[in-house]
Design a protein around this ligand. Structure first.
Ligand code: FPP
Length: 250
């Protein structure tokens, strides 16, 4: 069994390099509470959370995990005060611009899950540019950013697209199965997440990848997202590696 330590400090998780998850999904939760505990505005929590996103993205890459999906903005998050929504959009713009510069050098690409057509125009155009540059990168590593994403919305949009193909004679109801339907989802060509992590002590999925997570392993921790770090990720992966995944078999 190939074992390595991602960091050499005592007490840190020892990982089995041959059993790493191929795809990790993260619900980046707890930014607001992190800020409140420090007497800061919620937007400061999101800024700190965005820094954690960068740390964890590079940590996944360094471990050799090819897919990371993060829940950045849900279809329900529009209900938040306009100032908070706008601060999150500004952060997304800042980190996408940084990603555009670094994708080629660092060997990753970015994809989006969710309905990006409803985003502010400037951000939508930046997303399109990020996609087009990413398509030209020889990437071993892919970050999927869920933006204006809701799992139910994704399934409904897929169902509409499929129904339209049926109406046009490009698809047949008798031929619909899990595999063919998956191709209508935003996550087409992305393997299902092996491990889904939710920090901040909340124990729910909140409309994050409900179709894709049918056989995912879940890991919950009380750590607030801005405090989450590489050691916390290693801990989650070590816990995942102890589990016996049967996918309905025995
Ligand atoms: C949930 O915490 C977090 C969000 C809704 C926003 C997440 C956005 C970022 C981390 C910044 C931009 C992302 C990228 C990929 C650069 P919460 O506000 O619900 O926290 P609370 O439950 O403590 O209030």
């Amino acid at each position: 069994m190939a074992l390595f330590r991602s960091k050499k400090q005592a007490g840190e998780a020892e990982l089995d390099n041959s059993r790493l998850p191929k795809h990790i999904g993260i619900i980046m939760d707890g930014n607001g509470r992190w800020a409140k505990k420090r007497g800061l505005p919620r937007t400061a929590g999101h800024a700190a959370g965005a820094e954690t996103f960068r740390t964890i993205a590079y940590h996944c890459r360094d471990l050799g995990i090819p897919y990371l999906t993060v829940y950045a903005f849900s279809t329900e998050n529009w209900k938040r005060p306009a100032e908070e929504v706008s601060a999150i959009m500004d952060l997304l713009r800042k980190y996408l611009l940084e990603a555009l510069e670094k994708m080629q050098r660092d060997g990753f690409r970015i994809r989006f899950l969710g309905d990006i057509t409803a985003l502010p125009e400037e951000l939508r155009e930046l997303c399109m540019e990020t996609l087009s540059v990413g398509n030209r990168v020889d990437a071993k590593y892919q970050i999927n950013v869920c933006l204006n994403y809701g799992g139910r919305d994704e399934i409904l949009r897929a169902a509409r697209a499929w129904a339209s193909d049926v109406a046009e004679g490009c698809a047949r109801a008798e031929e619909l199965n899990e595999e063919s339907f998956s191709r209508y989802l935003d996550s087409r060509d992305i393997p299902d997440p092996d491990l889904i992590i939710r920090p901040s002590g909340e124990l729910r999925l909140s409309n994050f990848l409900p179709w894709q997570s049918a056989y995912s392993e879940f890991y919950f921790t009380d750590i607030l997202w801005p405090d989450f770090d590489g050691a916390a990720l290693d801990q989650a992966i070590a816990d995942y590696q102890k589990r016996n995944r049967r996918f309905g078999g025995i």
